[in-house]
Design a binder for this molecule. Structure first.
Ligand code: DGL
Length: 289
């Protein structure tokens, strides 16, 4: 019997490279939070494309181009793995991005949020009725239908596009009754469909988890991507022998395309950990139609 192939441990310089994470703004910090907790020895570099937020109302060709630009920025800074911590970008651009990275000749995994969340939802449902709350771009892509039905063709997915929810959350305005009624409106079709599991298909939505849970009822299981993403990243680093062997805590740093001070102020609420200096980067604003 041939011996199993075990990848030789990469040189320390390879293993100590950072993990790149990107989102349209601060929403992806809910994913970074889980990564920092689950993989404390790794270094992370987070890029928020805050100048072009929201992503969720944009056409697929723009999201593909923006995703490539974010990925290239992180790869130029030597990222050893890329985490797409944005559902809209994952839903419309994940495969495009994987092809782009492969074409650069780099062996860098690109991990997105749709697959891990869909698998968790299928494992969690007892009735086979799953709900999805997500941006218009994510719902229009059909990516969750494909992933959920790929995991279990007999489940029924009810998808609701929430055109303003990410912006409401990002604004950090006081939660008024009007916001609650807007969210109640989004949840209405899911209550009617009697789902028992709801995928929070946008990395901003964990911030309003208590409101969603109250509206949907305590029996409904809410699925977020953070913990599942951390397990996927850990697995990918393990099989590539790229996990950072350092015993202590790694570093984490931030870049954004918009106002750095604003990013820092808002980001602290999403990350629930201190955010130091935030660097500003310019990405090419011209995107071919
Ligand atoms: N965080 C993005 C997502 O997960 C949504 C926010 C936006 O519309 O930019 O889809």
């Amino acid at each position: 019997m041939p011996a199993p192939t075990v990848p030789a441990p990469a040189a320390f310089a390879q293993r100590s490279r950072p993990i790149g994470v990107f989102d349209s703004g601060v929403g992806g910090l809910t994913v970074l939070h889980e990564l920092l907790v689950s993989l404390p020895g790794e270094d992370f570099l987070y890029l928020g494309d805050s100048a072009r937020l929201p992503y969720g109302n944009r056409p697929p060709h723009e999201l593909r181009a923006f995703s490539v630009q974010c990925a290239d920025e992180l790869l130029a800074r030597d990222a050893k793995l890329l985490v797409v911590a944005c559902n809209s970008a994952t839903a419309t651009a994940h495969e495009h991005l994987q092809r782009h990275v492969a074409a650069t000749g780099r062996q860098v995994d690109v991990i997105g949020v749709v697959g891990p969340e869909s698998n968790l939802a299928v494992a969690a449902t007892r009735s086979g009725r799953i709900g999805l709350l997500a941006t218009p771009a994510t719902v229009a892509s059909g990516a969750y239908e494909r992933a959920v039905h790929g995991a279990d063709p007999l489940t029924r997915l009810t998808s609701v596009a929430c055109p303003h929810l990410a912006e409401i959350i990002e604004e950090d305005a006081p939660v008024t009754q009007r916001v609650v009624e807007t969210v109640r409106g989004y949840c209405g079709p899911l209550v009617e469909a009697q789902v028992d599991t709801v995928i929070l298909g946008c990395t901003h939505y964990p911030l309003v988890r208590p409101m969603l849970q109250r509206i949907l009822g305590p029996g409904v299981r809410l699925i977020t991507s953070g913990a599942a993403m951390a397990r996927r990243v850990e697995h990918a680093l393990g099989v590539r022998a790229l996990a950072n062997p350092r015993p202590g805590e790694g570093d984490y740093g931030f870049l954004c395309t918009g106002d750095a001070q604003r990013f820092r102020a808002r980001g602290t609420r999403f990350l629930q950990l201190p955010i130091g200096e935030v660097g500003h980067v310019e990405l090419d604003q011209r995107v071919a139609a």
